[in-house]
Design a binder for this molecule. Structure first.
Ligand code: NAP
Length: 306
């Protein structure tokens, strides 16, 4: 049986390690502060933001959510971000994506002060990532590296193949793996013979957004497979096909009316990989843990503690 890379355990370890740092900041004057801007009523975004705020409460991080309506203009949202940039008790600003179509998302992300950009999306922080300089790193990619390190999976000198080249996951995780001395290949929708390229990977990262696309033909036997995908399946026949009629999974589908599936085939990965991240419970829990880490690190920098 392959090893399961348990994201919940690593998340709990990271949170445990953050607690004394948060307590030290609070004792010195004030706790770290995170502001989350959530525009409109996207149900998935509302769940993500609720979980982020809940984790702040658990850890003793001050948090506030700003919830403008989805009719907001770029100028109005810019004014909110500029206001948060100026507030001394706010160490981290997160603008939950996606934003409504009328808002210029790039302008909004560029307006967040780089030192408060706990998502690591500002071009200054992306540049720092490329140059290997200290700066907030994008949370999901940073979480993947933590998961690999803390699970004792070697990266140096190993072939890593990443499927997906998004600014949020694919590109930053490729750069982080490169900084860990992996030999990195980035694939995308125009990559010819994708299964053959993926089979070169000792570490295979799937960040595609296509349910169970990575089947056994893509996996080098014994590889470490990191599944970033979180795809909601609402078609029972599709769920039945992906989970090979698993009675347990179908019962879960029938209770909820949907199932979350990664980008990697959940049956094939168990049969072919040496280690893998389950969905849910693999990469997902690390994203919030790294957001908390970035917020605490920002508060430490701003308070002169490091
Ligand atoms: P994205 O911006 O849509 O990017 C998807 C990437 O996959 C693109 O680079 C695209 O290639 C590539 N792709 C799509 N179809 C392909 C195909 N048939 N063959 C090869 N490559 C293909 O997605 P994202 O934001 O990176 O997210 C990816 C997945 O991760 C989603 O399921 C998302 O929900 C999940 N996610 C999870 C977390 C978490 O915390 N667990 C965080 C972020 C994202 P092109 O560039 O050529 O179009």
């Amino acid at each position: 049986m392959p090893r399961i890379l348990d994201g919940n355990r690593v998340r709990d370890d990271i949170k445990y390690e953050l607690k004394p740092r948060i307590d030290a900041l609070s004792a010195k004057g004030r706790p770290p502060g995170l502001a989350v801007v959530l525009v409109g009523h996207n149900p998935a975004s509302e769940i993500y933001v609720r979980n982020k705020i809940k984790t702040c409460h658990e850890l003793g991080i001050y948090s506030e959510s700003i919830t403008p309506p989805d009719t907001i203009s770029t100028a109005e949202l810019l004014a909110i971000v500029v206001g948060l940039n100026a507030r001394p008790e706010i160490d981290g600003i997160l603008v939950q994506l996606p934003l409504p179509a009328q808002v210029d998302s790039k302008r909004i992300l560029m307006a967040v002060a780089p030192e408060k950009d706990v998502d690591g999306f500002h071009p200054c922080n992306v540049g720092a990532l490329v140059a290997g300089l200290p700066a907030p790193r994008a949370c999901t990619p940073a979480g993947i590296i933590q998961l690999l390190k803390r699970s004792g999976i070697a990266m140096s000198g190993r072939r890593s193949v990443i499927v997906g080249r998004s600014d949020i996951v694919g590109k930053p995780v490729a750069l982080l793996l490169l900084h860990e001395h992996a030999t990195v290949t980035i694939c995308h929708s125009k990559t010819p013979d994708l299964p053959a390229v993926c089979r070169e990977g000792d570490i295979l990262v799937a960040a595609i957004g296509r349910p169970a696309m990575i089947t056994r033909d893509f996996i080098k036997p014994g590889a470490t497979v990191i599944d970033v995908g979180t795809n909601r399946i609402e078609d029972r026949a599709e769920a039945s096909r992906i989970f090979r009629n698993s009675r347990e999974k179908l019962a879960s589908f029938d209770r909820r009316g949907s199932l979350t599936v990664g980008d990697v085939d959940p049956v094939d990965v168990v049969e072919c990989a040496g280690a893998y991240t389950p969905v849910p419970g693999g990469v997902g829990p690390l994203t919030i843990a790294m957001l908390m880490t970035n917020t605490v690190a920002s508060a430490e920098r701003r308070s002169g503690a490091c």
